[in-house]
Design a protein around this ligand. Structure first.
Ligand SMILES: Cc1cc2nc3c(=O)[nH]c(=O)nc-3n(C[C@H](O)[C@H](O)[C@H](O)COP(=O)(O)OP(=O)(O)OC[C@H]3O[C@@H](n4cnc5c(N)ncnc54)[C@H](O)[C@@H]3O)c2cc1C
Length: 476
């Protein structure tokens, strides 16, 4: 097998060790909040028109939009811990236009629809930009686009194929060096429209404030244990049962992401895959000058096991990705978040990418669970005779697509047939993962195959080709 650039050009062990000494184990974004905003726990029973379960972006947008659509409705949001503590408060902050986890994935699944799905994705990102402005959400929104960089020769050929898209600008080695300086870069594609960047946790707490300002009632530390509904009276409210009380809701929206589904039918539809990230200290002007990056694009490299990286408002570099770890038993467990080997690997890859930053330290390290679905993008549906709507499975690209999912859930709850609800992508159900131990064996075999492909000019082996043909897979 051929080695990758990250194996051929390894920084000194002392550089890596120094960079990780004293790193705080906490998501930088949540640690950076001055006022996280806190809400009471539910105590007692209440009646509501809409109950939203989950206080990440998906639940927050759904609650806000449901209230905006019907200001007289009583809308409550129930969150097991605190608003934005999970993926929404600890992600990379890449707000991507794609609703389908990339064009190739969408085109292979919904070839007749993909052009419209692409348009809807851009409309969604444009709408997000407008709403963040209109709501006055201070979430450090910027829209510099993103560059996919080739760090191996075969990836340059892959990039050339993307050149046909009118929004894509091909950057050869020299043109790319004029944007961002790394000895590993061979070429890049800059898409100027597709990506915005945000401070993820500020977006979550800002949304919660906007929702409560609009009249939504948020209850934190309120875990929903079950949903009880009567089959014989389909118009009766659903009992949303928590330890502190029951909400009798006419409509329920489930935005519980990677956490155990409250519906039996979607229990096997997602698996938690752990993704890891490092954040540096703020760069000095001199350090910034050594890497260029004046246009502040989001960056990622092109392998199956890829890195994503970006600047924060105060010129730190967030560097994440590469390892995507699944643990037997599909549990979400905080003990999986501190993985020394992965942080060392990420730090080493960072200094391979930017050797000129030797001596820089990482201030924060953290991880989070990604809700991977077999189709690599969200699935949607309704249950309990239309009284419960759900969306999950964003697979590492949910910062923008949760906003689209919220629109779908609001359409469902209003009983409206819209362009969104009629999309094949929305109507088609996702294929579940198998139960254990098959899930674990299959996922580990797929991971090994993806790693092999990265060491073999991107060539996919028989396992990956079979999964491709079946429309199945594993991604982050
Ligand atoms: C490290 C990392 C990096 C990422 N980077 C990016 C990126 O750069 N760009 C991108 O687009 N996406 C990224 N993602 C994915 C993105 O963060 C998620 O897709 C998105 O935040 C999902 O939002 P959500 O509201 O569906 O889920 P979450 O933010 O996970 O919120 C779900 C909430 O539901 C609550 N909940 C669950 N069950 C219950 C219950 N029974 N009762 C009450 N509450 C419940 C949970 O406590 C949680 O707060 C990343 C994810 C991770 C982990």
């Amino acid at each position: 097998m051929k080695s990758t650039i990250f194996e051929r050009s390894v920084p000194a062990a002392s550089t890596v060790q120094h960079s990780l000494a004293g790193t705080k184990h906490a998501p930088f974004w949540l640690d950076d909040l001055v006022d996280p905003g806190r809400y009471p726990a539910l105590q007692g029973d209440l009646d509501a028109d809409v109950a939203v379960v989950g206080g990440g972006y998906c639940g927050l947008w759904t609650a806000l939009k449901a209230k905006q659509a019907n200001p007289d409705a009583r809308v409550v949001l129930l969150e097991a811990k605190t608003v934005g503590w999970a993926a929404s408060g600890r992600n990379g902050g890449f707000m991507e236009a794609s609703l389908t986890h990339g064009e190739d994935n969408g085109a292979s699944r919904w070839p007749k629809e993909i052009d419209r799905l692409n348009e809807l994705g851009f409309e969604n990102l444009d709408a997000l930009e407008r709403q963040i402005g209109a709501l006055g959400l201070d979430c450090e929104f910027e829209r510099p686009g993103s560059i996919s960089v080739a760090v191996e020769p075969y990836q340059v050929d892959q990039l050339r194929q993307l050149e046909t898209d009118a929004d894509n600008v091909f950057l050869d080695r020299e043109a790319l060096a004029a944007q961002v300086i790394s000895p590993t870069y061979l070429a890049g594609i800059w898409n100027k429209r597709s990506t915005a960047l945000v401070h993820p946790a500020k977006l979550a707490v800002g949304l919660a404030k906007a929702a409560t300002d609009a009249g939504v009632e948020i209850f934190e530390n309120t875990k929903v244990d079950t949903l009880n509904s009567s089959r014989s009276t389909p118009t009766a409210p659903v009992d949303v049962v928590t330890g502190g009380g029951t909400v009798r809701a006419r409509r329920v929206a489930l935005a519980t992401n990677v956490f155990p589904s409250l519906l039996k039918r979607t229990k096997l539809h997602t698996v938690p895959v752990y993704d890891y990230a490092l954040m540096t200290e703020p760069l000095t002007d001199e350090q910034m000058a050594s890497i260029g990056w004046a246009n502040r694009q989001g960056l990622s490299d092109m392998a199956n096991q890829f890195h994503y990286y970006r600047l924060s408002a105060d010129n730190r570099v967030l560097f994440g990705g590469y390892d995507a770890i699944y643990h037997y038993g599909r549990k979400v467990d905080p003990s999986y978040e501190d993985r020394t080997a992965t942080y060392r690997l990420l730090a080493a890859h960072f200094f391979t990418t930017f050797p000129q930053l030797e001596g820089l330290k990482f201030s924060h390290r953290w991880a989070g669970a990604i809700d991977t679905s077999t189709r690599f993008c969200a699935f949607f549906g309704q249950a309990r005779q239309g009284r419960v709507a759900y969306a999950a499975g964003f697979t590492g690209l949910g910062v923008a697509s949760t906003h689209f999912a919220a629109d779908v859930m609001v359409d469902f709850m209003a009983g409206q047939r819209t362009e969104r609800t009629q999309l094949q992508m929305v109507r088609q159900s996702a294929i579940p993962f198998p139960p254990e131990p098959v899930a674990s064996i299959g996922i580990q075999a797929t991971r090994m195959s993806l790693n092999q492909a990265d060491h073999n000019q991107g060539r996919r082996n028989v396992i990956l080709k079979t999964l491709d043909a079946l429309g199945l897979g594993f991604d982050s």
